[in-house]
Design a protein around this ligand. Structure first.
Ligand SMILES: Nc1nc2c(ncn2[C@@H]2O[C@H](COP(=O)(O)OP(=O)(O)OP(=O)(O)O)[C@@H](O)[C@H]2O)c(=O)[nH]1
Ligand SMILES: [Mg+2]
Length: 424
């Protein structure tokens, strides 16, 4: 859908919810993320949504007038509405109505670049449509029977048409699911291979626009293996839809896999969360999570809560997590600043990245040990291996071979245990 320059009115129902104001601000940002111009903003306070039109009669009329006044192309409602509510509102206001879920699905659809992301979004959209198709069918039938009109012929044909659509969608869903499964199978193989190499995996997670991709790029810039590709950074919601994994090699030869993940937002449609489960599996399999928070955003507490809830929803639990409060430059807070394993930083500043690397490394290499080896001269390949894969602290040539003190993984230590010098 080309949404350039289309005008939208946002409207929300305040059911005495303390997060209401924030969710309206975010809705406007979501609309802008989809290139819509927000021309008006209406709110209503009620105890319960109206069953038929979600908003009360007076508010619906106000909305209709505002649409005329601003010549708006659509109305975006801050919650997920029932299909009949959308239909009734459309009739009353005489313009296109989109709910929050529909809007987020639309943004994801426009942003998806890779084949996998496209399939995931398509799956979420179909799953969103399916119950709607069903309900609208039965409701239309109810109306027909209720009014006494219609009769058997129209009822029958209506029903079979809906039934047909439903079957087409169900078939598409099954097809996409299978295709995703195939893709994920190869992902899983890759992940298994990585696991076997016992390289620690660190995942950047957090609310959209917090600075995850910026941090990823700063680290890849410094430590990326042979100029690994940068990821996209943009000041917009959901800039990243795909998980990308990059290998980092530090000065001491310690390696790490760093993954950047899709950002979260409040009321992320559950169809999307489900569809993106596999993308987010990188986070689920991480040894360490780095939660990135926009320190300069006044709603950061809420954003952290949402992030933690969403992680739970996709089954990411019991993984150690450090929290990084980013964008401290905006508030001009002292940085880098450390409290335990949590950090206040500005991703674009070198000393912030230094400190971040320290904290990440301290939390990632717990199974490293320091050993003293004596490698016979005819085993030069082991010396080479240690020089490229371990943190060599000292090297000395003695009568029986090369004496090396090195910090290395427990796996490597075990591998070369025959050459360990025991100090007895
Ligand atoms: N002032 C300031 N801006 C920052 C900092 N870190 C990131 N940004 C900006 O914040 C915006 C969002 O950054 P991204 O790295 O794309 O954010 P993200 O978390 O990857 O966002 P999604 O991919 O949407 O989840 C960009 O315009 C960055 O340039 C920072 O430390 N200070
Ligand atoms: Mg990003």
């Amino acid at each position: 859908m080309d949404t350039e320059n289309l005008k939208a009115i946002i409207i929300g129902l305040n059911l005495d919810n303390e997060q209401f104001e924030y969710s309206m601000t975010e809705l406007a940002a979501l609309a802008e993320a989809n290139n819509l111009d927000v021309v008006d903003r209406l709110v209503q306070k009620l105890d319960h949504p109206d069953r038929a039109t979600y908003f009360g009669k007076g508010k619906v009329e106000e909305l209709r007038l505002s649409v005329l006044d601003h010549d708006a192309d659509m109305v975006i409602v801050n919650d997920e509405l029932s299909p009949s509510q959308i239909r009734n509102l459309e009739k009353a206001v005489e313009t296109k109505i989109i709910d929050r879920t529909g809007l987020i699905l639309e943004i994801f659809a426009n942003r998806a670049r890779t084949h996998e992301a496209k399939l995931q979004v398509q799956l979420a959209k179909l799953q969103y449509q399916l119950p709607r198709l069903h309900t609208s069918a039965s409701q239309r039938l109810d109306q027909q029977t209720g009014s006494g009109g219609g009769g058997f012929t129209s009822r029958g044909s209506g029903e079979s048409k809906i039934e047909l659509n439903r079957r087409v969608i169900e078939k598409d869903i099954a097809h996409i699911k299978q295709e995703l499964k195939d893709i994920q199978k190869s992902d899983l193989t890759q992940r298994k291979q990585r696991d076997s190499k016992s390289i620690p995996t660190v995942a950047l997670v957090g609310y959209t626009n917090a600075g995850k991709s910026t941090i990823m790029n700063r680290l890849v810039n410094r430590y990326g293996e042979n100029n690994e590709k940068q990821v996209m950074v943009k000041n917009m919601l959901f800039a990243t839809l795909d998980t990308s994994v990059r290998k980092l090699i530090f000065e001491d030869n310690k390696t790490m896999l760093l993954s950047d993940t899709v950002g979260f937002v409040s009321k992320l449609p559950h169809q999307l969360v489900q569809a993106f489960r596999s993308t987010l599996a990188e986070a689920a399999n991480a040894d360490l999570l780095v939660q990135v928070v926009d320190e300069s955003d006044e709603n950061k507490e809420l954003m952290m809560k949402t992030t933690e809830q969403t992680l739970k929803e996709i089954g990411v639990e019991n993984i150690p997590m450090i929290t990084v409060f980013n964008k401290a430059d905006i508030l001009d807070e002292p940085r880098p600043q450390r409290a335990g394993d949590n950090l206040v930083i500005a991703a674009l500043e070198e000393d912030s990245i230094d400190e971040l690397v320290n904290v990440i490394k301290e939390n990632s290499y717990n199974d490293y040990v320091i050993n003293e080896f004596l490698i016979p001269f005819n085993k030069g390949e082991i010396v080479n291996y240690l020089n490229t894969n371990a943190n060599v602290i000292s090297t000395e040539y003695v009568a029986d071979g090369t004496q090396i003190q090195a910090e290395l993984t427990a796996v490597d230590s075990d591998r070369f245990k025959d050459f360990i010098v025991t100090n007895e």
